[in-house]
Design a protein around this ligand. Structure first.
Ligand code: GSH
Length: 198
């Protein structure tokens, strides 16, 4: 299998962490491509031209990141989604992590419009949803699966992305209850090996 990714994309990072947590490094070749350069290979497998995109052993494109993580998990004994699929509460928390990630990325996209194009209205809405979402999640940490799952992966990815792209949000100031949790989970080799870079 081949995995097209970029080092800054938090969605791509969730799939790269899944590869490592599932021990699939030998089976998945990672290929760096920047979506803004419209790479022909990426477009041929994902018409949306977004990373991540997995190319399976039959030559089919598989996207988006949630589908890729589920696909990889299904190849390796369902470690990352098993409990989430069996529990509507956990499934809802998983959706919340996806929504927070979407707000983090939408905020970054808005900043990329430059001062003249940025929208104060939208940025406020993105920040509010991130803040409310993390406040909600921090009260639910006890219900997370004990073993690493897609929930822990997404929450580490969110917090590291906030530090990477939105340091002014100061997540450790706003969410001190998440600091200890983050310190434990971000130490895993899969997380350390994939920290975002520009
Ligand atoms: N829902 C998709 C989102 C993927 C996505 O938006 N990736 C961004 C990078 S963070 C991208 O490739 N953007 C290129 C573009 O929008 O043209 C997923 O979960 O994989």
């Amino acid at each position: 299998m081949k995995l097209i990714y970029s080092t800054a994309s938090p969605y791509a990072r969730t799939t790269r962490i899944a590869v490592r947590e599932l021990g699939l490094q030998e089976q998945v070749e990672e290929i760096f491509q920047h979506p803004f350069e419209d790479p022909a290979q990426l477009i041929s497998f994902n018409p949306l031209c977004k990373v991540p995109c997995l190319i399976d052993d039959k030559g089919n494109g598989i996207f988006d990141s949630e589908v890729i993580c589920e696909y990889l998990d299904a190849q390796s004994g369902n470690q990352l989604f098993k409990e989430i699929h069996q529990d509507w509460h956990l499934k809802t928390l998983y959706s919340l992590t996806r929504g927070i990630l979407d707000s983090c990325v939408a905020w970054q996209q808005d900043k990329m419009r430059g001062k003249a194009g940025e929208s104060e209205f939208w940025q406020k809405r993105f920040i509010s949803s991130i803040e409310r979402g993390l406040n909600y999640l921090q009260k639910q940490l006890a219900s997370f699966p004990e073993q690493v799952s897609a929930l822990q992966i997404n929450l580490v990815v969110i917090l590291d992305y906030l530090a990477f792209r939105h340091s002014e949000y100061e997540w450790t100031e706003r969410h001190p209850e998440l600091i200890e949790w983050h310190q434990i989970w971000q130490q895993r080799p899969a997380m350390l090996d994939t920290f975002p870079t520009a």
